[in-house]
Design a protein around this ligand. Structure first.
Ligand SMILES: [Fe+2]
Length: 267
C-alpha cells in the first residue's frame, strides 16, 4: 500500500468530526502550521545523535494547545487515580474515554501530517496502536502532592518498536521529565538530561531506548501531559498482551477500561 493510500485509510478509520461534534478546528491544519518552520532534516540528525530522543520546547500552535487544555480540564471527572508504592502515583484518562468525550485529541493522534513527520524523524514506517490499546492516546494527570512516575522505559510489548510522543498540556508544577540517553548503547556513555516541558512542547522517543521518570509534584500543583503512541508492528503475542493488560489495569486505567471488550465495551 502506498503512503497516500495508507493516509486515506487512517483518515477513513476516524472520519472528520460531524456538525454536532464538540471539537473546534482541524488538528491536521494545526500540525501543518506547527511543521512549517521546522528543519526536519536537522531534527532527524538531533534525534539520531541523542539516541532516538527529540525535544522541542515549542511545537503546537496556541489554538491547538488551548483545545488540549480545555479537553484536559473537561476530562477531570473521568480521571482514574492509581498508586503503585515506590513507583507511581497519578491519574490517567484512556483513549476509550477520549474517544467518547474529546474527539479533537483522537483526530490529532491520526493527523496524517503528524504521522508523516514522525516517520521522517524516526526513519520508521509508523502505524496506529490497535483499537484496544488504552495508551494509544491518553492524558496523564499530576494533581496531588507526590504524584510522579519512577525510572522506566516505555517498553514495547508489540512485535515491533513503540514510539512515544508527549505533548505538554498544563504545567503549573515543579515536575521535571528526567531522562538518560544512550543507556542501551554500549558504545556511548549515559547522558543525563531534564526538561520541564511547557504547554505545546513536544517530546519524541523510542520507548525502549529512553530511560525516564517524572519527578514528584508538590501540594497545590497541577500538571497534565498528553501521550501518543505509535508502533511499527501492531501484532502482540498473547502472553505479552496479558502482561501489558495487567500493567495497564493496575498502573494506569483500571480494569474496566482495559478489559472493556470482555465486559461488553460498556465502559
Ligand atoms: Fe514513560
Amino acid at each position: 500500500m502506498n503512503v497516500q493510500a495508507e493516509e486515506q485509510q487512517r483518515v477513513a478509520a476516524f472520519p472528520a468530526h460531524s456538525a454536532d461534534s464538540p471539537s473546534r478546528g482541524e488538528p491536521d491544519g494545526a500540525i501543518s502550521r506547527a511543521l512549517r518552520p521546522l528543519n526536519t532534516g536537522r531534527l532527524r540528525d538531533d534525534y539520531q545523535r541523542q539516541g532516538s530522543f527529540l525535544y522541542l520546547s515549542e511545537f503546537l500552535p496556541a489554538d491547538a494547545t488551548q483545545q488540549l487544555i480545555d479537553a484536559a480540564n473537561a476530562l477531570l471527572p473521568e480521571v482514574n487515580r492509581n498508586y503503585l508504592p515506590g513507583h507511581k502515583a497519578g491519574g490517567s484518562v484512556s483513549r476509550h474515554t477520549i474517544d467518547r468525550l474529546a474527539p479533537y485529541i483522537a483526530q490529532l493522534y491520526r493527523s496524517p501530517q503528524l504521522i508523516a513527520w514522525l516517520e521522517k524523524v524516526t526513519g520508521d514506517r509508523l502505524q496506529l496502536s490497535p483499537e484496544d490499546d488504552p495508551h494509544a492516546y491518553a492524558l496523564y494527570y499530576y494533581t496531588r502532592a507526590g504524584d510522579h512516575i519512577g525510572w522506566h522505559y516505555d517498553t514495547s510489548y508489540y512485535d515491533g518498536r513503540r514510539y512515544t510522543v508527549l505533548l505538554g498540556v498544563i504545567d503549573n508544577s515543579s515536575c521535571k521529565l528526567d531522562y538518560e540517553l544512550h543507556t542501551r548503547d554500549p558504545n556511548k556513555p549515559d547522558e543525563p538530561g531534564s526538561v520541564q516541558y511547557p504547554p505545546g512542547a513536544l517530546v519524541l522517543f523510542d520507548g525502549d531506548m529512553l530511560r525516564h521518570r517524572v519527578t514528584p509534584s508538590l501540594e497545590g500543583e497541577m500538571r497534565v501531559s498528553l501521550t501518543l503512541e505509535y508502533v511499527t508492528n501492531p501484532n502482540m503475542r498473547p502472553w505479552r498482551r496479558f502482561i501489558s493488560n495487567m500493567k495497564d489495569a493496575i498502573a494506569y486505567f483500571g480494569f474496566r477500561q482495559v478489559f472493556r471488550k470482555a465486559l461488553g465495551a460498556k465502559v
